[in-house]
Design a protein. Sequence first.
Length: 270
Amino acid sequence: MRVFVAGGSGALGRRVVRRLVESGHGARATARGAAAADTVRAGGGEPVQIDVFDAAAVRGALDGCDAVLRLTTKIPPMLHMRSARAWRETGRLRNEGARLLVDACLDAGIDTYLHESVTFVYADGGDAWLDEDAALDVAPTPLRDAASGEAHATRFAGAGGRGIVLRFAGFYAADTTQTLAMAEMARQRRVALIGPSQNYFSAIHVDDAAAAVVAALDAPAGVYNIADSEPLRLAEFMGCLAGAARAPALRRIPAIAGPVVLGETWRYLR
């Protein structure tokens, strides 16, 4: 199978490219800049440097491909996550970028479109397990963008294609920007537990996330949650991260500070 990977040099994308090639598939992947192109090549993929918002360029890049994976995001730095403005580019990638990709897939007669989403779209279920049919709460802007982006996979499936949505839990890995930033902030005592922090926090190692993407190429159309088998309480997760970073014990601050410190992000981390 020849697979087009939109977002092939990021933490998830570069792992997916490598796994695709190791599984006997061909991988063509977008890469912004020479360093990103080298990353794709190092994984055995073919880099293409295009404007992902240029419909003609996107359509041309899909020639000869059988499946398309939309893994493009630009998650803001930890210190800027509270700002809605910082999420605008990721929102555009999840919506306009997805729309252009699906349009190109339909025009090219491609069979499979896979869309990266997030498990944070679910409403708080307390201690209950949440499956793919659980109620959503997409009031925060980043989550509205995530949910509306999923609709393009639904549109693709409605047109006869195999539309797959993977809702990923929070990523972690020793080489990812977000994990490294969080670890450094913990060492500097710039991270605190807000309130009891006893809510469940689902996470997944990026290696496992990449394995799930490749496995999903053989899955029926639909929505799938991709997370570690046992979620941790947020306090446990953050404590493990601080311990791995050899950071001091995390401070605690009152829950009332959550909206001030985290903005809209607080709504789905509380």
